[in-house]
Ligand binder design. Structure first.
Ligand SMILES: [Zn+2]
Length: 311
């Protein structure tokens, strides 16, 4: 059965990951079947990048992963060089990831590391000078802090991660920020803080990556979530966080469908079309649709990202 959604135009997926070159065609094919015609590809391998450029020259807007190893040590010069060369290499934007778990992957990150450390200022200045937007991931779902990140000495507390990012935003009003995962604040009790950010920093955009996180949290208060989406309709970009690996891309349709139920429909208590590990032992995740107006959907799925990255 093919479902006809309220919005039927092309989709710009503003948050995908591309890895091995063998996987790129399959990712594009599945995307096509879901109406996705353009996507941000966060690059994880050089071969994948080259294959994507060669075989799908019009499709991708490429994001370069900045060296977290250097950032962790406040070793800014190589990072500044990456930023200044990035457009020449075929990238359009930069990506960084400061999920609290990055401490598990990079030995050089100490408990004292802060993204608002003044020593990192030249990195943000370089983004401004080169007019390079950045996807900056900070914090994670509340559910992770309640489970994986109980060791707050090691991982910090969510409020502090958000304050660090806010300090960065305050100091760099001319950098274009795409803050993924709804600014890590789709939880209903965080929407007022997120609104405050949106009002204070006109240079920030949000993406909706992580279908289960968005569906799980925004469904909890349809009215508040809908008001937010309508109020900031020009600055939210649709994204899935799908990666080209087989494991991830086989769920592309389910992840897109979850968001389509959330944004396009007035469905009530519809089960998330895949398992949400965060709720599997507590009854599961259910979607309540926001039934957004068509004009808002058009901006979310296409116009906002197209304006931000293509013009
Ligand atoms: Zn991602």
């Amino acid at each position: 059965m093919t479902k006809t959604w309220k919005y039927t135009g092309p989709i710009f997926d503003a948050h995908t990951h591309i890895g091995n070159k063998e996987d790129i065609d399959a990712l594009v094919q599945i995307g096509n079947s879901l109406g996705i015609s353009t996507q941000i590809g966060i690059v994880h391998t050089k071969e994948g990048f080259e294959a994507a450029r060669r075989h799908h020259p019009e499709r991708f807007v490429f994001a370069k992963y900045l060296s977290l190893e250097n950032i962790a040590q406040y070793n800014v010069q190589p990072v500044i060089d990456e930023i200044s060369n990035l457009k020449e290499e075929g990238y359009s934007l930069a990506k960084t990831w400061f999920g609290p778990r990055w401490r598990d992957y990079y030995e050089s990150v100490t408990g004292e590391f802060r993204i608002d450390d003044i020593r990192l200022d030249p990195v943000f200045q370089a983004l401004e000078d080169a007019d390079v937007p950045i996807i900056i991931h900070v914090a994670d779902p509340d559910t992770y802090f309640a489970s994986h990140y109980k060791d707050s000495k090691k991982y910090g507390v969510k409020e502090d991660h958000l304050i660090q990012l806010e300090n960065v935003l305050e100091r760099h009003p001319r950098v274009k920020f795409q803050i993924p995962h709804f600014g890590a604040q789709p939880e209903i009790h965080r929407l007022s803080n997120l609104s405050r950010w949106m009002d204070a920093f006109p240079n920030i955009y949000l993406d909706t990556a992580s279908s289960r996180w968005m569906a799980r949290e925004l469904s909890k208060d349809v009215e508040k979530a809908r008001d937010f989406m309508i109020r900031y309709q020009d600055r939210v970009l649709f994204g899935t966080d799908v990666s080209s690996t087989e494991n991830s891309r086989i769920n592309y349709n389910r992840r897109v469908n979850a968001q389509r139920i959330l944004w396009d429909t007035d469905a009530k208590n519809t089960p998330l079309p895949f398992t949400d590990p965060d709720t599997k032992d507590s009854g599961g995740t259910f979607i309540n649709g926001l039934d957004l107006p068509l004009g808002v959907l058009r901006k979310l799925y296409w116009e906002n990202a197209n304006r931000f990255y293509r013009t």
